[in-house]
Design a protein around this ligand. Structure first.
Ligand code: KDG
Ligand code: MG
Length: 446
């Protein structure tokens, strides 16, 4: 059954009105139930009947949440993938969250978000917020299917024709990166993130062309990082790219939280002549106040936030206007219910969004990001990937790319799905993110 045919059509709404006056208790005998008052409404009541947690590894590991409802054929699909800690999230969902959801009204998306976030007492953190994101995406999917509308309509409707997208280019040296940027431009991208290997150092973040480490199979790879080499190399990369490619293409760069404040300030300042769209994640997420140092020294636009897990992680950087782009990952910040609050806060402080969009979060999270992108007023740019065929077979649907923009169609809900039979063909494989060390052997932020 296609997702378009799920749920009653809007023309049936009036017929169903009146049949909906079903009394449900606010609080029953000390047991937490639905948190909102009963009110007249146009659709029959709905309940969550099952929560399935599907772990699959078509190309890499994904955790999928499928929420079934009392309406035959009506279900929602969300993504709860946390790269390298997938089974911890799957266990949280199966053991702790699913039992709390059975019997609830899936239409109370905000109440369920609040209940899972604040009601558990132990709040925030990547594992919990990824689990909540999976649930939130599935619930918005159900709501959209029931309304017969794409989720962006429920968020206020379109404010733009699509979401300006960026892709990645990397290489062993500046010439290889230049070739990669050219390929991105030929494919239609107006914005490209550029990463280069560090000369003399084994394996560098974001550069797939570099040598793999000698770690035993299944264990994390080790990359070597030296700030002085990095600080010498990156400005030369962008000097080369601007000289060869001109000014029109928007260039971005990800430092991946590797520098200290004064090093970050130096890099941001030395990159000024090359007019980056943004410089991403200069500092570790713990050091929000240190962004002041960078701001005092440079006009390079700054982006930060893929490791943040709550609205309150974002507040200091946004409210002090220490960044220009907030780039939380919807998959790790409670999805739409988490990110739309961040976007609204950012709107008040001249900060735009640039939601994290790597291949290690699944199509439902990418779809959720783009539904929000096309609805909010302060969208900036969207990172995107092209999923391999095996992943598209297991997790069909999702955003599409056209002429520099990533967009979603009018399929009701999020527009993504999961094929549970095909998912079984690809069992989980233990995998880790790489780690990084300095030349002297000490641990370095990856
Ligand atoms: O799991 C970690 C990746 O999602 C991250 O390294 C990717 O930094 C990243 C980015 O900006 O895409
Ligand atoms: Mg990043």
């Amino acid at each position: 059954m296609s997702s378009r045919s799920l749920g009653p059509g809007r023309r049936n709404f009036l017929k169903m009105a009146g049949a909906a006056a079903l009394a449900r208790p606010l609080i029953a005998g000390g047991t937490e139930t639905s948190g909102t008052a009963e009110r007249p409404r146009g659709l029959p009541p709905l309940k969550i009947t099952d929560v399935r947690v599907i772990v699959t590894c078509p190309d890499r590991n994904y955790v999928v949440v499928k929420i079934l409802t009392s309406e035959p054929g009506l279900y929602g699909v969300g993504d709860a993938t946390l790269n390298g800690r997938e089974l911890a999230v799957a266990a949280d969902l199966k053991e702790h969250i699913a039992p709390l959801l059975i019997g609830r009204d899936p239409e109370q998306v905000e109440d369920i978000y609040q209940f899972l976030y604040r009601g558990s007492y132990w709040r925030s953190g990547p594992i919990q917020m990824t689990a909540i994101a999976g649930v939130d995406e599935a619930l918005w999917d159900i709501k959209g299917k029931r309304a017969g509308m794409p989720v962006y309509q429920l968020l206020g409707g379109r404010t733009r024709i699509g979401a300006l997208a960026y892709t990645h280019a990397s290489g062993r040296d500046a010439v290889e990166v230049e070739d990669g940027v050219r390929r991105g431009i030929e494919r239609g991208f107006k914005c490209v993130r550029a990463q280069v290997a560090l000369p003399g150092l084994a394996s560098t973040y974001g550069t797939s062309a570099t040598k793999k480490s000698e770690e035993p199979a299944g264990m994390p790879e080790t990359e070597i990082f030296e700030p002085s080499v990095y600080l010498r190399t990156v400005p030369k990369l962008f000097e080369h790219l601007r000289a060869k490619l001109g000014d029109e293409v928007e260039l971005l760069h990800d430092t991946h939280e590797k520098l200290g404040p004064i090093e970050g300030a130096r890099l941001a300042r030395e990159l000024e002549p090359y007019h980056l769209f943004f410089l991403e994640d200069l500092l570790r997420p713990e050091h929000k106040e240190s962004f002041r140092v960078i701001r005092q020294h440079s006009t390079t636009p700054l982006a930060m936030g893929e490791l943040f897990n709550s609205l309150w992680d974002c507040v200091p950087l946004i409210a002090e206007q220490l960044i220009d782009y907030i780039r939380c990952d919807l998959g790790h910040i409670g999805a739409i219910s988490g990110a739309r609050k961040v976007a609204a806060l950012a709107e008040a402080f001249h900060v735009k969004t640039a939601w994290h969009g790597p291949g290690d979060v699944g199509p439902p999270t990418h779809a959720a990001s783009v539904h929000l992108d096309v609805a909010i007023p302060n969208f900036g740019v969207q990172e995107m990937v092209f999923f391999p065929d095996e992943t598209r077979e297991v997790l069909p649907g999702g955003p599409f790319f056209r002429d520099g923009y990533v967009d979603v169609d009018d399929t009701p809900g999020l527009g993504t799905d999961v094929d549970e039979e095909k998912a079984k063909k690809y069992p989980y494989k233990r995998a880790y993110l790489p780690t990084a060390r300095r030349k002297d052997g000490s641990v370095q932020d990856w």
